[in-house]
Design a protein around this ligand. Structure first.
Ligand code: GLN
Length: 276
């Protein structure tokens, strides 16, 4: 089988198994196995795929057809232009979360300190450390396994981030110019309705915002004041239907300049505020 035929049959196989982005996924898995890029593929599509690689490709296609996320098969997800290692212990970084990083970058300057709560893969903390030199970045997560992944990303991407295992603020002792978080925010009862890739293969702990989805916002907003410097800012990623509720929680607690920002699809995605 040549490369072109392999791709075509891979695409068909995934389509037959109900994978939405069959063409894209079939290509990414072929690229992962052969390490050839699109240009080489276009020029040398008639080249034979050796048996060993063909077998590896089949193996990956089978797993993808069983709804294992593509990123668990390739081991990476790009975020803010950086390749982040991921596995089943962390939420796969989402493009929407780049809005949170971009918002944070508007306020950060060299010398400032920032805390990323529920860091997971470390995508937010590592990106901030890479994109704003001279800031001090702490990142925490309750999960040891998640912190191992964040540690790998820190090392691989040469980012200066201090990792702390902590249940929210439990092990946090500093004060920060900014606290930000993309916490679990899906209502428990909705999790069962999510696509299999998310529901079965992403960590439940990284998704579950408990009964009304707002558990972590309440916890963090209730306690973050003690960890913010004067005029310090809090920034959250939110679910697209949580803008009003989360900004309401901030206002109730006396936060100033409370704002909701939209993502590229025009949906509410980030809420921020500051203390006096
Ligand atoms: N902070 C990580 C991310 O944005 C993990 C978020 C989470 O586990 N809810 O990808």
């Amino acid at each position: 089988m040549n490369l072109r035929e392999a791709l075509k049959s891979g695409e068909q196989y995934l389509k037959d198994h109900g994978i939405t982005d069959a063409a894209v996924d079939a290509w990414i898995l072929l690229e992962h196995v052969t390490r050839i890029n699109r240009t080489v593929f276009l020029a040398e599509g008639r080249k034979e795929l050796d048996d060993h690689k063909a077998e590896d490709y089949q193996e990956l296609l089978k797993k993808r057809a069983a709804h294992i996320p593509l990123q668990h098969l390739t081991g990476v997800q790009e975020f803010m232009g950086f390749p982040f290692r991921v596995n089943e212990h962390v939420l796969i970084p989402r493009q929407d979360t780049e809005i949170l990083v971009e918002e944070a970058l508007k306020y950060l300057h060299p010398g400032m300190s920032v805390l990323d709560l529920c860091t997971g893969s470390g995508c937010i903390a590592v990106s901030l450390a890479k994109l704003c030199r001279g800031i001090f970045v702490d990142a925490s997560d309750i999960s040891r396994e998640a912190l191992d992944v964040a540690g790998e990303n820190r090392k691989q991407l040469l980012a200066d981030v201090n990792l702390i295992q902590s249940d929210l603020f439990e092990q946090i002792h500093g004060k920060y110019h900014m606290i930000l978080s993309n916490p679990p925010y899906i209502r428990s009862e909705v999790i069962g309705t999510l696509q299999e890739e998310v529901r079965v293969h992403e960590p439940y702990q990284a998704l579950d915002g408990k009964e009304d989805g707002l558990y972590f916002y309440r916890e963090i907003i209730g306690r973050c004041r003690d960890y913010l410097l004067p005029e310090g800012r809090i920034l959250f990623e939110i679910g697209c239907d949580q803008g009003e509720q989360v900004s309401g929680l901030l206002k109730e607690q006396g936060f100033l300049d409370v704002e909701v920002k939209q993502d590229l699809a025009g949906l509410d995605r980030v809420v921020s505020g500051r203390v006096s």
